[in-house]
Ligand binder design. Sequence first.
Ligand code: NHR
Ligand code: GAR
Length: 197
Amino acid sequence: MKNIVILISGSGSNMLAIVQAAKRENWAAKYQARVAAVISNKADAKGLALAEREGIATEALDHKAFASREAFDAALAQRIDRHATAEAPPLVLLAGFMRILTSDFVNHYAGRLVNIHPSLLPAFAGLNTHQRAIDAGCKVAGATVHLVTPELDHGPILAQAVVPVLQGDTADALAARVLTQEHLIYPQAVVKLLQNQ
Ligand code: NHR
Ligand code: GAR
């Protein structure tokens, strides 16, 4: 069995989309893969309760309890690597995870660390993507699933989805439109990775 570990910080809707796709599409039988754990750097993340309701093991690891990024990332990696199996190391998915990760952490998971970013990369890496797209006068926006590399939001692109930017759009309205597409492309991109292994 290959274990998938999902890292979140907030509402966890992408996490839930992946968990539901795994059940609906029977990833256990098709790809010998399962979502083994959901880990949040925020104890009050709404996504933790959603994951519990789906019967998935959850953990909170508060980054503020650590003296440095390196120390937090080392503790996080230790938690993740408990989910290694005899067959495979874990696949790690960032789903609304809001902490930048150190190069050591990223290199340890090279090729098996994935993120979904709410813009059409390489446009609008970093934060506040929807307002920046509106302010730039973009006619389309979207989301990108990519492999994580040490340089923020710059890894190889696995999937993208496009939505229109509408007249009078607010960042919240655009974010909601983008999010509906994220829920489709993230599970699909994970399936492709599982198929290629
Ligand atoms: N780490 C590396 N090395 N590379 C990437 O591509 C990463 C990453 C960690 C997270 C997700 C990312 C996004 O999709 C991601 C990609 C957080 C920040 C950020 O500035 C930026 C990008 C992303 C996630 N975080 C602040 C920090 O100091 C904290 C912000 C907050 O807590 O609200 O870590 O956009
Ligand atoms: C998603 O839109 C995701 O792309 C974005 O946060 C939202 C999380 O929603 N990620 C980032 O901004 C990373 N910096 P979710 O918790 O409901 O999946």
